[in-house]
Structure formats: C-alpha cells, structure tokens
Design a protein around this ligand. Structure first.
Ligand code: FAD
Length: 285
C-alpha cells in the first residue's frame, strides 16, 4: 500500500529502525521488529546504512516488515554513492519485494569516498525513480536547516525544489524544541510546500547517543533538555524514563497543534517505542 492516503485519515504514527552493520548480524533487527509491530504503527521505515549494510539488507528487512509483520514499510535510499544503473537495480528489487514507499535521500558524505556523478541532490534522484516505478516518494526536511545550507531561506527553496521534483511527503530531522518545527513549517507552507510533513522525534536513551546524533545533524539542545541529561547522566533508567517523558511531551504538543504525523526514531529500542506509543495512543487515533 502506498502510505500517502493515510494522511487524510489520521495523524500518522511511524517507527524507524536501522539494519545492523553486517548481514551476518541481521537477526538483531528482527527482535526489534517482532516487538514494535505489535504497537501497530502506520508504517516502519528501514534506514540504509551508507557505511556498509547497503540496499540489499534494507530491501530484505523492508520486505520482512510487510510479509512477516504485516505492517507497511518504507525503504530508505540514499543516492549520492549510486549510479543510475545501481538505483535501477535497487528499485527493481524493491518492486519484486512488494515495497511501494521509498524515502529518497542524497546521503551523507563519507570522508575519503568520492560521490558518483549521477545524483547530486535528492531532487535529482526523485524524478528518476518516479519515472521508473510507481512509488510513494518521501523526502527529508530540516526544521533547523540542513547543516550544509547557507541559511533557512536557501534550504526551504531547495526543499520546494524537492517537492516540485515529486516528493509526495516529508519526514523531518530530529529536533528537541518544537518551536523550530512550527517556524519551519510556517515558512515552508508560505513557500508553497504543501505536502504532509511528519515530525521526527528521537527519544534520549543516553547522553552519548544524543551527543553523537546532534554532532551529526546539528540539532539545538534546549537548556531544560541539557539539564535533564546532566541530572540523570549516571542513572541509566532515570535517563531513559526522563527521555521518554520528554518525547511524549513533544509529541503531545505537536499533535495538539495539528501535526500531520510523528516519525519516531526508535534506535531499535522496543521498550522505549512501546512506552511512548502507549502514552500517546489516545491522541493519534
Ligand atoms: P538534499 O535534499 O539533496 O539536500 C542536501 C543539501 O543540498 C541541503 O543543504 C540542501 O539545501 C542542498 N540542496 C538541495 N538541492 C539543491 C539544489 N538543487 N541546489 C543547491 N543546493 C541544494 N542518511 C543515510 O545515509 N541513510 C538513511 O537511511 C538516512 N535516513 C534519513 C532519514 C531522515 C528522516 C532524515 C531527515 C535524514 C536521513 N539521512 C539518512 C541523512 C541524510 O542523508 C542527510 O541529512 C544528508 O546530508 C541530506 O540528505 P537529503 O536527502 O536531505 O539531501
């Protein structure tokens, strides 16, 4: 099923999982899927580990999400290190496996690895993929601006290009202060970005994870969030529970403000996904 139609029916709630680094340890992600599919998300997306696992593993897991766990799936597809032929091979594999939804990305530069020339931006890959298959296409967006972009105006101009190129819906980068999301959304709508936008929420599991993620994506850490991390830095369970409460507060506010959907970066942590889903269950029907 293409997931686009869900947005006219409800506040969409989805999960993201990542494949393990090697095919050999792929089983660990099935443990996560076994638990989280019971929480009846609208879809589960599977990242594409640019650092090693590659598209075949993503396709294999996204297929299992559908066939074994009876949940709609989204396969991520970062394109900057792929040629047109490689993208064609992958999307043909997606089709064979019944995958109908793709999150098309540029991907992040790997130091020392020159990109291929075929797709410079996600907006180059989207029309190419659309021309070769009947997929629901998703793009990424950045409430605080993409870290390489000059400023927010340029980033939103490029986002509009991505939507004009054929992105049917967007999922945002994680953020810890909803005000960034609301300001971004207002500006994007004014610029003519009229597709559904899901807010990406990442619960804190430990201080190290957040430091690594924010280093990667540059999300601002609000004062109260930093205080929470400092207060519970040496109490793993308290940190986990405070992180769950923080994420639930963010989601409650977003849903109250009429957000199109929530995309939870589960970090392959079923307990955290379960606690959050239970807490917001009545809000998202
Ligand atoms: P683009 O949309 O191509 O934008 C990249 C930069 O180029 C931006 O600064 C933009 O403003 C600028 N730009 C875009 N178009 C133009 C243009 N025409 N002219 C000039 N400048 C332009 N990475 C992975 O490797 N695997 C994953 O599975 C993965 N999943 C993700 C899921 C989500 C929800 C998000 C938000 C990100 C994910 N990423 C993933 C990370 C993503 O690959 C990086 O953030 C990457 O740096 C940008 O990808 P993009 O598709 O948003 O890039």
């Amino acid at each position: 099923m293409k997931i686009g139609r869900l947005f006219s029916e409800k506040t969409v709630f989805s999960f993201e999982v990542f494949p393990p680094k090697s095919t050999a340890s792929a089983d660990s992600v099935y443990h996560t899927l076994e638990a989280i599919h019971r929480l009846t998300p609208d879809f589960i997306s599977v990242t594409y580990g640019a650092g090693g696992s590659g598209g075949a593993l993503t396709a294999q897991i996204a297929e299992a999400v559908k066939s074994r766990y009876h949940t709609e799936s989204v396969a991520h597809l970062p394109c900057m290190y792929l040629s047109k032929d490689e993208v064609l091979q992958l999307i043909s594999e997606f089709k064979q496996k019944g995958i109908e939804n793709i999150l098309v990305l540029r991907g992040d530069a790997v130091p020392g690895m020159p990109p291929k020339d075929d797709f410079r931006y996600a907006s180059d890959a989207i029309p190419f993929i659309k021309a070769h298959g009947d997929f629901h296409i998703i793009g990424a967006c950045y409430p605080e601006g993409h870290r390489e972009s000059e400023n927010m105006v340029a980033d939103i101009r490029n986002l509009k290009r991505k939507v004009d190129a054929g992105a049917d819906h967007l999922i945002s980068q994680l953020f810890f202060d909803n005000r960034y999301f609301y300001t971004f959304l207002e500006r994007a709508r004014k610029a003519g970005v009229n597709v559904p936008v899901q807010a990406g929420i990442m619960p804190v599991i430990n201080k190290k994870q957040i430091e690594r993620m924010t280093e990667l994506c540059g999300a601002t850490l609000p004062k109260k969030f930093v205080k929470m991390m400092e207060r519970f830095a040496h109490q793993p369970e308290a940190m986990r529970d405070a992180g769950i409460a923080y994420a639930v507060n963010q989601i409650t506010d977003l849903v109250a403000q009429g957000v199109d959907g929530i995309h939870l970066y589960t970090m392959n942590q079923p307990y955290v996904a379960q606690k959050i889903k239970e807490a917001v269950q009545t809000l998202i029907i």
